[in-house]
Design a protein around this ligand. Structure first.
Ligand SMILES: [Zn+2]
Length: 344
């Protein structure tokens, strides 16, 4: 893209193939997903992220290593890798403290440097992760992009214990679908909440124990009914919609924990402080992931415990058309993937 604007600013262009700098690898891209925040919002107006034009979108490429730079020992040409989007700064107080998930000034692939809407992309070798055998590039791309955040929310932030009830909002969404599966794999009992019956069905198919359509039913009442009157011990909220927040908040059990890292629903909500303290609730902001979260995700995917919801796969030339479709229609279940090796 040479300017910001509508989907039409995404145009195929010939540019020189990337040369790997020291400690970088060049990945021949076989899959990259279309993200709402990193792709649609950045394309529209830059999303206040200091984008330098011309720019190539694509936060989470996966494919095959085509070249390695100096000082790269861990990869060689032909290795299959998926790339995590966040490059830690290693300088901020959080990085120096060793709080991997909390870097305050990360560089994002496809945002602050050219990304994976391309046949090839150069990335730091430290951002590349070997894809376990038997997992497609598209699956690896989606797992690496979203599953580590589910592990971070449920283990590092909410400290989920076996048999606790977990309410997952947006349970058929990119993050929500992994929250359902990770919570189940950790022994939780999962209530899948979503905004349509078909999305509730999709989340139940991933293993959720109960489902509720929060646009058709009183969410907190349904959660109390499912949990013997107690409520959910953990809520994966991740929407930030003022119309949905109260239902999620009121669904919490005594000493409940609500974790969130999303604001697609607007981001400004009202807070019942009296309930917050009288029920000893905790609200936990959760962005960023650790290496352990990533390892756990690929291990679970290799075991067959994580299914990536994929709507469809398209040639790279269809990027503009697919951006347009995603802007006009939010009903797709699963990620839309671009595959630069696919003929237009
Ligand atoms: Zn940092």
């Amino acid at each position: 893209m040479e300017r910001f604007g509508g989907p039409e600013v995404l145009r195929p262009a010939e540019v020189p193939a990337p040369d790997p700098a020291p400690n970088e690898v060049v990945v021949a891209v076989e899959a990259v997903s279309i993200n709402r925040s990193f792709d649609l919002l950045v394309r529209r107006d830059g999303n206040n992220r200091n984008i330098v034009l011309p720019h190539v979108l694509g936060a989470d490429p996966a494919g095959t290593v085509a070249a390695v730079g100096d000082d790269v020992d861990e990869f060689s040409s032909g290795d299959r890798v998926a790339v995590s989007s966040t490059i830690r700064c290693e300088n901020c107080r959080e990085c120096v403290d060793g709080d991997e998930a909390a870097c305050r000034a990360p560089v994002m692939i496809g945002v602050h440097r050219w990304g994976g809407y391309a046949e090839q992309v150069a990335v730091p070798a430290a951002s590349a992760h070997r894809i376990p055998d038997g997992i497609s590039a598209a699956d690896a791309c989606v797992v690496l992009r979203h599953a580590p955040a589910a592990y971070n929310q449920l283990i590092d932030k909410a400290a989920l214990r076996p048999h606790e009830w977990v309410l997952v909002m947006g349970a058929a969404g990119a993050l929500g679908s992994f929250c359902v599966q990770v919570a189940k794999s950790l022994g939780g009992q999962v209530i899948a909440a979503a905004g349509s019956d078909s999305r509730v069905e999709a989340a139940l198919a991933l293993g959720a124990d109960r489902g509720v359509n929060y646009r058709a039913e009183n969410l907190a009442e349904a959660v109390r009914r499912f949990t013997g009157g107690e409520g959910a011990d953990v809520v994966c909220e991740n929407i930030g919609d003022p119309l949905l927040w109260d239902g999620a908040f009121d669904s919490m059990a005594q000493r409940g924990r609500l974790v969130t890292m999303g604001a697609h629903g607007g981001g400004k909500v009202s807070l019942d402080v009296r309930k917050l303290y009288s029920k000893r609730l905790r609200l936990i902001g959760s962005a960023g992931v650790t290496e352990k979260n990533t390892e756990d995700s690929f291990s679970a995917a290799a075991r067959g415990d994580l299914v990536a919801l994929i709507d469809s796969v398209h040639p790279l030339e269809d990027a503009a058309a697919q951006h347009r479709r995603l802007e006009e229609d939010r009903s797709a279940i699963g990620k839309v993937i671009l595959d630069p090796t696919m003929a237009a």
